[in-house]
Design a protein around this ligand. Structure first.
Ligand SMILES: Nc1ncnc2c1ncn2[C@@H]1O[C@H](COP(=O)(O)OP(=O)(O)OP(=O)(O)O)[C@@H](O)[C@H]1O
Length: 874
C-alpha cells in the first residue's frame, strides 16, 4: 500500500470537494483517496475524476416501491409492510396517511408546474424542489403541516401525518387553508383521497382543550358531539371529577373562548423594539409578513385563516392525578387536547418580575419558534426543535420572560442546571434570590411569591425515600401551580422514569426543547400527548448557511483491522469484539494522525469514546488528557479550562459524559473512536459539540467530524445507522479509506507487528467489563472515583441494571509471536496527573487564585466551596 508522504494532502478530499452543494441527495459517498489524489481508481458510489457521480438514495421511497410491488394500487397497507429498520419511525409517524413513495404517474402536470415547488401524492408524501421559485415559502408552510423526513440541499422530503396535522391545527391553521395552500403549491392537482383524509382528520383537531383553573383541570369543547364522545368514553368518564353542586358540564359564554390574537411583543425581537418606539402595528408583524408572503404566493388572504368560534363552551373537571390517561385517551379517540395558557388573564398566580436584558437580541429562527408558541396571545404547550448549539436556552428563557409566572426548568444533569441558572442570570434581569437550583447538592427555595426552580429529571423522578430536605423541596414544588414547565432535551421525557416529571406537577404551559426528536425505541410519539405537538423545527442547513451554527465536514474513516486483531475478532464472543474493534491498532494510528494533522492546523480536537478502557488507553498512549464518569470534578474542570485557554492543550478525550452539556465553543474538530451502537441521537449530540464553534463565522471556516470505524466489523453497520438522522438533516458523510502520509508519520504508535500483538494480548487479557461503556467500566475498575462530588449527577442514558461479572481468561496466544514485548506500556502515562501537578505548582506560584479559570467554573467552584463549608459547619 503506498501512501503519499505529505500529511496535508491526505485531507484534500475535503478541500477539493468542499461542499455538499453538488450532491443531489447526498447519502453516502465512498471515495478512495489513492496515491494519485482524485486518482485513477474508480470508487463505489463516489465521484470519478472530474465528474461527481450523483447518487439518489431515498430508502423510504425504495422501500415503498417494494411495498407497492407487493400490493396492487390502492390496496390496504398493513403495518408489517413497512419493513425492518424503521421501527423507530413507527410511533412518531403513527397515523401517517401514506407509507409509500410519491407516485404521480397518473397525474397531469399543471401548465405552470415549473413555478410550483411541490410534488404531492395521494398518501401525503411530499417532495420539494428546494431550488424552485417560492420553495422558501413552501418550506415554511410545510414545516407547519408536515414532518420533515429528509432535507439535503436540493430536494426535500416531507410527510403529512396525523401528529403533523395536529400541530398545524394547534398553531391556528384551518383545514381549508391547509388544503388550499397545498393545492396551489403542488405541480399536479391534489388527489381527492388526500383532501378527504385531511378533512377527516382535522375535523376534530384543535376542538378540545385541557385547561388548569384554580388548581383544577378541565376538559373544554365547544362542539356538543365531542362533549358527548368525551363524557361517554369509558376512560375519560373514569377520570372525571364530579362535585355535588356540579352534576353536569359547565357552559360558558362564547366570549370566554373567542380566539384572541397576540397583542403583545415577544421580548428581544424587532417587533418588541418597534413597539417600544411606539410604532403602530408592530405586534405580530414578522408573522404577518410571513403569512402575507405566503398569501401573496398562493392567493389566500389572512382573513380566511381563522374561522371565528362563537359557540358556547362546555367543560367538565378531570382528576389532576389522571392527566396522562386523559391526554393519551383524547389522542387515541382522535380528539387530542390542546393545552393553552391564557397567562395574561391569570390573576390567581402571582407575576414574576423577569425581563430580557436590553442587550439581548433573539435570532430570526428563535423568534419564529416563539411566534408559534404565542401566536394567539396564549402560551401553547408543545415542542420546539432546534439544532444543537442554536440557542434553545435563550428560546426557553424568552418564553419564561413572556409568560412571567413561576417556572420550573428540568434538564438532564447538574452541570446543565448550573448552566441554565447562569444563562438566566446572563440574559434576564431575574434576581439571584428568585432563581433556585434543586440538585443533590443544592436545595434552594424562593421565598418571594413567584420564582424559578431548575432541577434535573432524575432528581424529580426519584422514587423511594428521599432525604428530609429533598422531600421538603418536593412538597414545595408539588404544592403550587406553575405557569411554565420547561423541559430541556425533551426526547428523554418519554422514558418511564422521566414522564413522572411531567405528571407530577400542576403546570399551565409546557415547552419541550430538543435538537433530536428521535429515540431508538418507539416512544417519541408519546411526546405529542405528554407535552404537546411540535410547534417548530428548524432546518440545520439553513442555520449553517446563515452562520448561526458551524458548517461541518463529516467523514467516516475506514480502518482495516490488523490480521491478528481480526482473527481474534472473528473467534471471540460479541462482548470482547467491542473492545477488539475499538482497540484496533490501525484505528489508534488513524486517531493519532488526525489529531496531529488538526492540531497542526490550529484546531482544538475532542476525541469521543464510549468505551472507557479504549478512552484511557488511547489518551495515555497519545499523551492526551481525558475525562470520563470517574474523573473527579476538580480534575474535569481543570482539564476543560486548560483546553479552553491553554494553547498547549489542544486535544481532550471525552466519554459520553461530554455528549451533552459540555459547552466548548473552542472545539473545531471531533473524532469519534467508539460509540453507543446505532444511536442517531448520540451522533447528532456529538456533532452538536462543534456546531457552536466560536470561529464559525470566519471566512471559509469548516469544523470537522470524523467517525473512525474498524472495517468489516459490526461498527460499519452501526455507523451507517447512526448517521441516519444527520443525513436527513442534509449532512453528507464522505468515506475515507486511506490516510495519506500515515505510514511515514514520525512517532507513529504501534508501528511493529510485535507491539500490535502485545496490545492484542493486553486486550484479550482484560476482563469483559472493559467492553462496557463508560459507567459500567468505571464502576468496576475505578472504584476509588465512584463517589460523585456533591452537586453532580450521574449522566443520563447510561445503561443501568446489574453489572456484568468481571472475568479473566487466558487467551489462546500460542499462534502469535512476540507477545512478550510490552515495551509500549512505558509510554502509557496519564497526562491528567501531569496537568494536576503543573496546576498545583502554578497555584503555589500565583497564590492559587485560579485566575485562568473560566467564570462558570469559578462560580461553580465557589458554590461547591460554600456547600462544603455549610456541611462542615452543620
Ligand atoms: N440570540 C442570541 N444571541 C447571542 N447569543 C446567543 C443567542 N442564541 C444563542 N446564543 C449563544 O449560542 C450558544 C449556544 O446556545 P445554547 O447553549 O442555548 O445551545 P443549545 O441549542 O441549547 O445547544 P445544545 O443542544 O448543544 O445544548 C450559547 O453560547 C448562547 O449564549
Amino acid at each position: 500500500m503506498s501512501r503519499s508522504p505529505s500529511p496535508a494532502s491526505s485531507l484534500d478530499f475535503f478541500e477539493s470537494d468542499p461542499s455538499s452543494e453538488e450532491d443531489f441527495i447526498p447519502r453516502r459517498r465512498v471515495r478512495k483517496v489513492g496515491p494519485a489524489l482524485g486518482g485513477s481508481k474508480k470508487v463505489a458510489g463516489g465521484p470519478s475524476k472530474g465528474a461527481p457521480k450523483i447518487k439518489i438514495n431515498l430508502p423510504a421511497l425504495q422501500r415503498s416501491r417494494e411495498i407497492e410491488a407487493a400490493h396492487p394500487a390502492d390496496g390496504p397497507i398493513e403495518e408489517d409492510d413497512v419493513g425492518e429498520g424503521d421501527e423507530d419511525d413507527e410511533g412518531y409517524f403513527d397515523g401517517m396517511i401514506g407509507k409509500r413513495g410519491v407516485d404521480l404517474s397518473n397525474q397531469e402536470l399543471k401548465p405552470d408546474h415549473a413555478l410550483r415547488p411541490l410534488w404531492v401524492d395521494d398518501k401525503g408524501n411530499i417532495i420539494v424542489e428546494a431550488f424552485a421559485p417560492f420553495a422558501r415559502q413552501a418550506q415554511d408552510f410545510l414545516v407547519a403541516i408536515a414532518e420533515p423526513v429528509s432535507r439535503p440541499s436540493l430536494v426535500h422530503e416531507y410527510r403529512i401525518t396525523k401528529p403533523s396535522l395536529h400541530s398545524a391545527m394547534s398553531i391556528g391553521l384551518e383545514t381549508k387553508v391547509i388544503i388550499e395552500v397545498l393545492s396551489r403549491l403542488a405541480k399536479t392537482p391534489l388527489s381527492p383521497r388526500l383532501t378527504a383524509r385531511i378533512e377527516e382528520w382535522t375535523a376534530s383537531f384543535g376542538k378540545v382543550r385541557l385547561v388548569l383553573k384554580d388548581n383544577r383541570y378541565f376538559l373544554e369543547t365547544s362542539v356538543p358531539e365531542f362533549l358527548q364522545t368525551l363524557m361517554t368514553d369509558e376512560v375519560i368518564r373514569d377520570c372525571r371529577v364530579t362535585r355535588e353542586q356540579e352534576a353536569g358540564p359547565t357552559v360558558f359564554g362564547a366570549e370566554q373562548i373567542a380566539r384572541p390574537r397576540r397583542d403583545f411583543a415577544i421580548p428581544g425581537t424587532e417587533e418588541a423594539r418597534r413597539a417600544e418606539r411606539g410604532e403602530a402595528d408592530a405586534i405580530g408583524q414578522p408573522n404577518r409578513d410571513n403569512d402575507a408572503l405566503i398569501g401573496a404566493v398562493i392567493g389566500i388572504g389572512e382573513a380566511d385563516e381563522m374561522e371565528d368560534e362563537d359557540d358556547a363552551v362546555h367543560s367538565f373537571e378531570v382528576a389532576g392525578t389522571r392527566m396522562e390517561d386523559v391526554r393519551r385517551r383524547c389522542k387515541d379517540i382522535d380528539l387530542p387536547a390542546l393545552e393553552e395558557y391564557d397567562f395574561r388573564n391569570d390573576t390567581v398566580n402571582p407575576n414574576l418580575d423577569i425581563q430580557l436584558k436590553p442587550m439581548t437580541v433573539i435570532r430570526p429562527y428563535q423568534e419564529m419558534s416563539l411566534a408559534k408558541m404565542f401566536g394567539n396571545g396564549r402560551a401553547r404547550s408543545g415542542i420546539i426543535v432546534l439544532p444543537c448549539g442554536a440557542g434553545k436556552t435563550l428560546v426557553g428563557i424568552t418564553a419564561a420572560c413572556t409568560i412571567k409566572k413561576s417556572a420550573l426548568v428540568l434538564c438532564t444533569s447538574a452541570v446543565s442546571v448550573a448552566q441554565w441558572k447562569q444563562q438566566f442570570l446572563h440574559f434576564s434581569n431575574i434576581s439571584e434570590k428568585q432563581i433556585c437550583a434543586f440538585t443533590q447538592g443544592e436545595k434552594e427555595m424562593f421565598t418571594a411569591p413567584s420564582g424559578i426552580v431548575i432541577s434535573t429529571y432524575s432528581m424529580i423522578a426519584k422514587t423511594g425515600k428521599r432525604a428530609h430536605d429533598a422531600e421538603k423541596m418536593m412538597q414545595f414544588l408539588r404544592s403550587r401551580e406553575w405557569g411554565f414547565l420547561l423541559l430541556d432535551e425533551v426526547h428523554v421525557a418519554p422514558a418511564d422514569m422521566f414522564r413522572k416529571c411531567i405528571n407530577n406537577f400542576k403546570v399551565h404551559a409546557k415547552l419541550g426543547l430538543t435538537a433530536t426528536l428521535v429515540r431508538e425505541d418507539d416512544r417519541i410519539g408519546d411526546l405529542g400527548y405528554l407535552i404537546g405537538p411540535k410547534l417548530y423545527e428548524a432546518n440545520w442547513m439553513d442555520l449553517a448557511k446563515n452562520g448561526h451554527i458551524a458548517t461541518v465536514q463529516c467523514a467516516e474513516v475506514w480502518c482495516p483491522m490488523t490480521p491478528e486483531f481480526y482473527r481474534e475478532y472473528l473467534r471471540n464472543p460479541s462482548r470482547k469484539r467491542i473492545l477488539l474493534h475499538a482497540m484496533n491498532p490501525n484505528k489508534i494510528q488513524a486517531a493519532q494522525f488526525l489529531i496531529n494533522y488538526h492540531e497542526s492546523r490550529g484546531d482544538k480536537v475532542i476525541v469521543f469514546s464510549d468505551n472507557v478502557f479504549a478512552l484511557e488507553a488511547y489518551a495515555k498512549k497519545l499523551g492526551k488528557s481525558f475525562i470520563h464518569g470517574g474523573t473527579p470534578e476538580g480534575e474535569r474542570l481543570r482539564i476543560l479550562s486548560r483546553f479552553q485557554h491553554d494553547p498547549n492543550l489542544n486535544t481532550i478525550f471525552l466519554s459520553k459524559v461530554g455528549d451533552t452539556s459540555i459547552d466548548l465553543p473552542e472545539a473545531t474538530c471531533l473524532i469519534q473512536i467508539s460509540s453507543h451502537f446505532g444511536s442517531r441521537r448520540q451522533e447528532a449530540q456529538r456533532l452538536g459539540r462543534i456546531l457552536r464553534a466560536k470561529r464559525r463565522n470566519d471566512e471559509g471556516f469548516n469544523a470537522f467530524f470524523y467517525s473512525l470505524v474498524s472495517k468489516d466489523t459490526q461498527e460499519m453497520y452501526y455507523s451507517s445507522k447512526r448517521q441516519g438522522f444527520l443525513i436527513d438533516q442534509g449532512y453528507a458523510f464522505k468515506v475515507i479509506t486511506e490516510l495519506h502520509g500515515l505510514d511515514s508519520m514520525p512517532n507513529l504508535v504501534f508501528p511493529t507487528k510485535a507491539q500490535q500483538i502485545s496490545l492484542l494480548e493486553e486486550v484479550l487479557n482484560t476482563g469483559d467489563a472493559a467492553s462496557e461503556t463508560a459507567d459500567h467500566y468505571m464502576r468496576l475498575n475505578h472504584g476509588k472515583h465512584l463517589k460523585r462530588p456533591a452537586g453532580t449527577q450521574p449522566v443520563l442514558s447510561t445503561s443501568a441494571g446489574s453489572l456484568p461479572a468481571v472475568q479473566r481468561f487466558t487467551a489462546p496466544l500460542e499462534h502469535l509471536s512476540g507477545g512478550q514485548n510490552l515495551s509500549y506500556r512505558e509510554q502509557n502515562k496519564s497526562v491528567n496527573k501531569e496537568l494536576s501537578r503543573e496546576d498545583r505548582q502554578n497555584k503555589r506560584g500565583s497564590g492559587g487564585n485560579g485566575k485562568d479559570q473560566h467564570s462558570l467554573f469559578k462560580k461553580r467552584k465557589a458554590e461547591m466551596d460554600a456547600i462544603k463549608k455549610q456541611r462542615a459547619a452543620g
